[in-house]
Write a protein that binds this ligand. Structure first.
Ligand code: FAD
Length: 435
């Protein structure tokens, strides 16, 4: 077999395909869109961001910020395209959703070493090396084929997406532009609420009607992407200490902080669309319109996309995978992306990067390239393949997964910064001809 198969042109699949092709190896990249779509995908183009348009923090003191920097150093296509299509979002890296996806597609389609095969893969290929990067909503027939291969059922949880509204429909007499603590000026639109408005809103939110979700058996939701109504049900003030936190946001109309603030983040570079931050939801669509329009400034909000919830599947990676994302039992099969239990856009792409490099090394008859736990990228691949992890749950990258410094530094920001510097120094060693 003179090529490597990559199934799925999502965040992980595109990154893996790019990493293989840049090492002079031919890739067959399979993507089922636009013939078939998962329930969360809408765009014809690749590397689609299915919910938020934010790739989260871009600061080195934050583990996902560090992961981004490591990936930039390792020539990640996802980071290159994200940097090129960024929209203002304070200390975070948010992108023009459509522009980002188009840019990745352009680079992948324009690569002479990548052959695009526009079809749904129903059975795992029997020949050659294959990277499975079909995401948390892998199509049904392929899911069955994977289950036969791994010999056990999938694990799963439920993940929700937030609604998007048009800028023109936001009442800017009530809403105001500002970034928290003035970090990155005026990047967010803020809808301030007084106590009465907040309590009325909370009351309607916790009592609103929920949509039926296929196979939704019990509330297995991911903490990092919890539906806003689920969080609200934990207590009347939970949202005010979470996504509706008012601190650091001064309302110019009153000169003070409001009781609660709903933030909206720019969703495209033209600034015509905004998503409601933290408002991933399972409410019925008419209920979303009714309840979210109670937010001051959103009285006439026009929803271009409603929030939805989906079943999100992943494999029991600690039992099945090596830190290279290769299967222990079947060395020709790699998994990458959210299906491995890494959680998040950047984390998914990072696993595609590691799987892509290692599939290439295997193809070329060279040894594995394993990043150590002193790096964010290595900490994540070590976590998903750690046989000692028992109740395996999807995980965002975090400093807790990384090897400690061995010295006590009380100031958390300083400690994280030191860990980040150590990581980047380590990654520099991989930026030579060796890989
Ligand atoms: P995907 O990006 O989903 O890519 C998989 C690709 O494979 C798709 O293009 C799909 O069409 C294709 N495919 C599937 N089956 C087949 C097949 N049989 N043959 C050929 N092609 C196939 N993460 C965040 O960081 N922030 C968020 O806000 C966020 N919100 C989420 C909301 C929802 C509803 C879900 C489900 C997930 C969310 N995630 C979020 C988690 C995760 O980061 C994303 O799912 C991310 O897209 C995963 O990347 P991936 O490359 O693994 O899969």
């Amino acid at each position: 077999c003179d090529y490597i198969n990559v199934i799925g042109a999502g965040l992980a699949g595109c990154e893996a395909a790019y990493q293989i092709a840049k090492r002079g190896i031919k890739v067959r990249l399979f993507e089922m869109k636009p013939k078939n779509y998962s329930p969360a995908h809408h765009l014809e183009t690749f590397a689609e961001l299915v919910c938020s348009n934010s790739l989260r923090s871009d600061q080195l003191e934050n583990a996902v910020g560090l992961l981004k920097e490591e990936m930039r150093m390792l020539d990640s296509i996802i980071m290159k395209c994200a940097d090129a299509t960024r929209v203002p979002a304070g200390g975070a890296l948010a992108v023009d959703r459509v522009g980002f996806s188009q840019k990745v597609t352009e680079l992948i389609k324009g690569n002479p070493d990548i052959e695009l095969i526009n079809e749904e893969v129903k059975q795992l290929p029997q020949e050659g090396i294959t990277i499975v990067a079909t995401g948390p909503l892998t199509s049904e027939s392929l899911s069955k084929s994977i289950m036969e291969l791994i010999g056990e059922a999938y694990l799963h949880f439920f993940d929700a997406a937030a609604p998007i509204v048009t800028f023109d429909s936001i009442n800017m007499d009530k809403a105001f532009r500002a970034a928290r603590y003035n970090r990155g000026t005026e990047d967010y639109i803020n809808c301030p609420m007084n106590k009465e408005e907040y309590e009325n809103f909370w009351n309607e939110l916790v009592n609103a009607e929920l949509a039926e979700v296929k196979d939704f058996d019990r509330e297995v939701v991911f903490e990092g992407c919890m539906p806003v109504e689920t969080m609200a049900k934990r207590g009347i003030d939970t949202l005010r200490f979470g996504p509706l936190k008012p601190v650091g946001l001064i309302d110019p109309n009153t000169g003070s902080e409001a009781y609660a603030v709903v933030q909206l983040r720019q969703d495209n570079s033209e600034g015509t669309l905004y998503n409601i931050v933290g408002f991933q939801t399972r409410l019925k669509w008419p209920e979303q319109k009714r309840v979210f329009r109670m937010i001051p400034g959103l009285e006439n909000a026009e929803f271009v996309r409603y929030g939805v919830m989906h079943r999100n599947t992943f494999i029991n990676s600690p039992k099945l995978l090596e830190p290279s994302y290769r299967m222990r039992k079947n060395p020709n099969i790699y998994f990458a992306g959210q299906i491995t239990g890494v959680e998040g856009y950047v984390e998914s792409a990072s696993s595609g990067l590691v799987a892509g490099i290692n599939a290439s090394m295997q193809f070329l008859g060279k040894g594995d390239v394993l990043f150590p736990r002193t790096t964010a990228i290595g900490a994540l691949s070590n976590y998903i393949s750690d046989k000692n992890v028992k109740d395996f749950q999807p995980m965002n990258v975090n400093f807790g997964l990384m090897e400690g410094l061995g010295v006590k530094i009380r100031d958390k920001r300083k400690k994280n910064y030191e860990m980040a510097q150590r990581a980047l120094q380590e990654i520099r060693k991989y930026c030579d001809d060796r890989i």
